[in-house]
Design a protein around this ligand. Structure first.
Ligand SMILES: *Cc1c(COP(=O)(O)O)cnc(C)c1O
Length: 398
């Protein structure tokens, strides 16, 4: 079938790349050892600090987010180190697998995939760890497989109350640039991110933002590393360069995306995502479907996981929507395969794109004959344009 107009890429990453960013990439490659490059490198490295809300260093790898996860672990830990990882969903499983392969001693805290990391569980584990055997605590800030955002400040408070020196390592791959994230205020030691979600850049860049404490841990960390080594990067980054060939055109893209984020302002970006999350959940509730996240304080603003009713395959629904309306939705991952689908509402996005997205879902529910109530799209529109606003008299400029 021939599709016209734009494809709707409503998976929770990679996300839609703005035209401005695409055009910024469409440039001749420059000499990565020349003076023009240094300017690009320094601009990007300093712009990233504002997005992570940190005064520390940010390292940029030509890699996927998974590469940046490996980098965070090999730069801070040694074989046999005890590490707590909270089971929040498929992406915490990824961290566990990497940690196991690296020979870490993992304490994988069980979770039901519908809630975030529990401060009570952290407290129970750390309060008995008098000898500080636990070297790091890993949390997925926004679990992309479920649409649950963990409450990092509460976890930080537990570490501080117990004066526990473990590093706090956070995967912010699907929250940075869309959900409020404060690296320094929350005393996060390593933040891992990727380019293709909230940052509106194509896939291909991985990030580690690093605290002073993490830099200290790096000195004694003995896991083998070469390509991922922070020290080589930091040495070259001081002058805006990289120890090897960087992904030059993705850095052009990132520079433009950072400029766009700066124009909109972080607070406005976060509010926009909150609004779109609320409108999406209003639609899901009106359809009578169940949201995967069961804790309202942990609803994700960047994406929403939705269960299809028992006996109705979520992948068949996604296939019908793709074929009929040219829209990609996220699949249920891991144990949610076939049972849930995910609506991405992050990155370069607006009210009408959300209305279109939810219309595609509602038409898909009809075509797939999945039992649901009508009016989800209308509920979302009402959420986006509250009646009180509509009653205000329209002021006409003279
Ligand atoms: C997307 C994502 C990853 C994996 O990133 P890749 O770029 O696919 O390697 C890891 N963690 C979270 C939370 C993600 O959203």
């Amino acid at each position: 079938m021939i599709h016209t107009g734009r494809h709707f890429l409503q998976i929770p990453g990679p996300t839609n790349v703005p035209d401005r960013v695409l055009r910024a990439m469409d440039q001749p490659v420059i000499d990565h050892r020349g003076p023009e490059f240094a300017e690009l490198g320094l601009a990007v490295l300093s712009g990233l600090r504002e997005i992570f809300q940190t005064k520390g260093h940010v390292i940029v790898y030509p890699s996927s987010g998974t590469g940046a996860i490996e980098a965070a672990l090999v730069n801070t830990l040694s074989a046999g180190d005890r590490v707590i990882i909270f089971e929040t969903g498929q992406f915490s499983n990824v961290w566990r697998q990497i940690g196991e392969r690296l020979g870490l001693d993992l304490d994988y805290v069980p979770g039901n995939w519908r809630r975030g990391a529990s401060a009570a569980d952290l407290e129970a584990r750390l309060s008995t760890d008098m000898r500080h055997a636990v070297k790091a605590v890993v949390v997925i800030h926004n679990e992309t497989s479920t649409g649950v955002t963990s409450r990092l400040p509460e976890l930080r408070r537990v570490l501080n109350r117990l004066r526990h020196p473990a590093l706090l390592i956070v995967d912010a791959i699907s929250s940075l640039g869309s959900i409020d994230y404060r690296m320094d205020e929350w005393e996060v030691d390593v933040t891992v991110c990727g380019s293709q979600k909230g940052l509106m850049v194509p896939p291909g860049l991985g990030f580690n933002a690093i605290s002073e404490k993490a830099l200290g841990a790096n000195k004694s960390a003995r896991l083998p590393r070469s390509y991922w080594d922070w020290q080589d990067m930091l040495k070259h980054n001081r002058t805006g360069f990289f120890p090897f060939t960087p992904a030059t055109n993705l850095l052009f893209a990132l520079r433009e995306a950072l400029k766009m984020m700066n124009e909109e302002g972080l607070a406005t970006i976060f509010r926009r995502h909150v609004r779109h999350g609320e409108a999406t959940r209003a639609a899901v509730r009106a359809w009578g479907l169940e949201i995967v996240c069961e804790e309202p304080l942990e609803y994700s603003s960047s994406m929403t996981g939705v269960f299809t009713p028992e006996g109705h395959d979520a992948d068949r629904l996604r296939k019908i929507i793709l074929e009929n309306f040219d829209m990609s939705l996220g699949a249920g991952l891991g144990k949610l395969a076939g049972k849930a689908f995910r609506i991405g509402h992050l990155g370069s996005f607006n009210d009408l794109m959300l209305a279109g997205t939810l219309s595609g879902v509602e038409m898909g529910l009809r075509l797939a004959e999945i039992p649901h109530k009508e009016g989800g799209v209308m509920a979302a529109l009402n959420s986006l344009t509250p009646a009180a606003k509509m009653r205000e008299p329209v002021k006409v400029a003279r």
